[in-house]
Design a protein around this ligand. Structure first.
Ligand SMILES: [Zn+2]
Length: 151
């Protein structure tokens, strides 16, 4: 799923986690659970030449990152949260899996190959592939559910 979904999930986790370490671990686990839901972005870079793969990955990450920053700003402005440490660690746990994936996809570091295979298997858990547009719809629904939980 997109970083904006995982980042919002981290905010939900940060609200209820009793401490920053558990916020990190719960968010990491929630990231893996959310990736199991068929969401259509697994083919964003599959089958493209390495240069084009990198451009597509970078473009999607920039747009997604800007959306996440907007969502975080909205959350901070509207709620003035006091659990900043929890939020920071929850965000780290929620974003780490895709950060590692991005490093592997752009560098092919052998050390991260087992992680890449595991992450890929999660995306293919239900073997139900969606079109990108269907995936966006699923992700908007998940994002809406998370925000309804959050506010
Ligand atoms: Zn992921």
């Amino acid at each position: 799923m997109y970083l904006s979904i995982h980042g919002t999930a981290a905010l939900v986790v940060a609200q209820s986690a009793p401490n920053p370490w558990l916020a990190f671990i719960y968010s990491l686990f929630l990231h893996l659970l959310l990736d199991i839901i068929p969401h259509g972005d697994e083919f964003l870079i599959k089958g493209f030449a390495p240069k084009k793969k990198l451009r597509r990955l970078l473009g999607a990450t920039i747009i997604d990152g800007l959306i996440l920053i907007f969502l975080l700003a909205t959350y901070f402005i509207s709620t003035s949260p006091t659990n900043i440490t929890n939020i920071g660690w929850a965000l780290a746990g929620a974003l780490l899996p895709d950060f590692l994936e991005a490093i592997y996809l752009t560098t092919d570091i052998p050390f991260l190959k087992p992680w890449h295979k595991f992450h890929d298997r999660l995306h293919d858990f239900f073997k139900h592939h969606l079109l990108w547009t269907q995936g966006v719809l699923v992700q908007v629904m998940v994002l809406t559910a998370l925000w309804l939980w959050l506010i």
